[in-house]
Design a protein around this ligand. Structure first.
Ligand SMILES: [Fe+2]
Length: 268
């Protein structure tokens, strides 16, 4: 249960650790690994451009036309969502989507609804309940020894805020994630997050825009690992508006889902 105190942590620290254990991520990791191991020809059948909304689909290291990752980020990603039917996604994910996806979304929605109730931002819970769905970004970081370069800022994944209302890690987090925290004097520092079996949550740009900057999107990155032979997985769930919705954005007037993504994309 997210109480007032936890909700306040979001305001003071910029993120919060949910008071419930992470879900078992072994099934999604197995499914994603099976996809990652498939031949490139199979993977390319599910590129982002084959979907066309938000970030759904496959993006790979070196790709220059993905809106989900920079070309020099040392990762491959696959974004699943409830914006498309299960059959549109690669067969490797069908078992997970048919058996576990609803449970994951339910847990994430429960946490977000409790948090939004505590935050009590005018109109936001109503917007969330009527317009917001979920996507899951599956992120695979191959061993660093496979690369001769690094991502921007000498990282494995370059710094960015997410497009989401909230980003939630329902299966816990591996080490090397770093959050950019703001101190009382307004200065910022990068802080490492320990690997954890807890559910971490932080705001994305949609919450920043909705609150007109009162709650800032968390800037984050993944640092280089000391172990150059180690691969890394992460699974982050984004709350985002369904396609073709039109809603009132405080201070901006009516905005469509597509216009929102355009505004987020203009940050880069
Ligand atoms: Fe991110």
């Amino acid at each position: 249960m997210i109480d007032k105190q936890s909700a306040n942590a979001l305001n003071s620290d910029g993120y919060l650790v949910a008071p419930c254990p992470a879900l078992d991520g072994s099934e999604i990791q197995q499914a994603f690994r099976a996809f990652i191991r498939r031949e490139r020809e199979h993977q390319l059948r599910f590129l982002q451009k084959e979907y066309g909304y938000a970030y759904d689909g496959f993006s790979y290291y070196g790709q220059t036309d993905s809106s989900h990752q920079a070309h020099d980020d040392l990762i491959s990603t696959f974004v699943l969502s409830e914006f498309y039917p299960v059959e549109r996604f690669p067969p490797e994910f069908h078992g997970f989507l048919n058996s576990r996806w609803q449970e994951v979304v339910q847990v994430v929605r429960g946490l977000e609804t409790e948090l939004l109730t505590q935050l009590d931002v005018p109109g936001l819970l109503d917007f969330y309940l009527h317009n917001v769905g979920h996507m899951l970004s599956n992120n695979y970081y191959p061993p660093l020894q496979q690369f001769t370069t690094t991502a921007a800022g000498n990282t494995r994944l370059s710094a960015h805020p997410d497009a989401s209302l909230f980003t939630v890690f329902p299966f816990g987090i591996d080490q090397e994630l770093e959050l950019q925290l703001t101190g009382e004097d307004g200065g910022t520092t990068w802080q490492s997050v320990d690997a954890s079996d807890a559910i971490l949550l932080y705001p994305g740009y949609l919450l920043e825009m909705w609150t007109r900057g009162e709650i800032k999107a968390m800037n984050h990155r993944v640092r280089l690992s000391a172990d150059r032979a180690a691969e890394r997985f992460s699974f982050s769930c984004f709350s985002l508006p369904f396609p073709l919705r039109k809603f009132e954005m405080p201070g901006r007037g009516p905005v469509t889902s597509e216009e929102y993504f355009e505004a987020y994309g203009a940050l880069f």
